[in-house]
Design a protein around this ligand. Sequence first.
Ligand code: FES
Length: 269
Amino acid sequence: MASTLPVLAPPRRFGQTARPDAWWVQPAVTFTILASFVVYATWAAFQNAHYTYGPYLSPFYSPELFGASHHAWFGPQPRWWPGWLPFSPALLILPFPGLFRFTCYYYRGAYYKAFWADPPSCAVGEPRGKSYWGERYLPLILQNAHRFFLYIALIFIFILAYDAVKATWWVDGITGRGEFGIGVGTLVLTANVILLSGYTLGCHSLRHLVGGRKDQLSRHPVQLKCYEGCSKLNRGHMKWAWASLVGVAFTDLYIRLCSMGIWTDWRIL
Ligand code: FES
């Protein structure tokens, strides 16, 4: 009778690998882009200024629940806001899309490698020689809340789409009369919604939500179509994730620089 002997590979040192390729490039690029985005978004969220221009509203500040601009739903800064905390409309809403991205299945794989080096890449030695705990224990088990942030992200898509429609209506500050018009900013806001929709509608959890509740999907043609659409977007989820991340930051930057008078928003129509 043949017998087998387990062969244990010796533990690798941090960064040790037999891979001949430049495996470190991808985590390094991920680290640079994600860290830059977090720094910029945090800075922009605390500014409480230059987040509107004409009919445009920065996606970092939308929906503006309370605030000084004409986009605010419920008026200016509320009285209950703690005096020790600088007020900004973005602080009320930005945690929701932020947590949606933070708990995204794709981003998790990317930032576990880039920020925690756990492992830095496939078949590369880790800094911690511990056993694998996965996401079944605290704190990482909280990542499973992703599907709840998805529900909120879907609402945000509708709100941002409404912002893009509002970005076609220009009101004269003196006469108060409005007219239809399209500026470069209108196109920027529209592109931002398209990119965010491509990212959100390709969500792994949405795919399960749409297709996972019927035993025979082929008997439900509408649901099948939705499932196929989600699956198609999901195959390019990584690209949608990065494009929408850059897109949302650029949209804020565009409106900010126009509001500061540094960039000119050209009217097309
Ligand atoms: Fe990436 Fe849900 S898996 S957004």
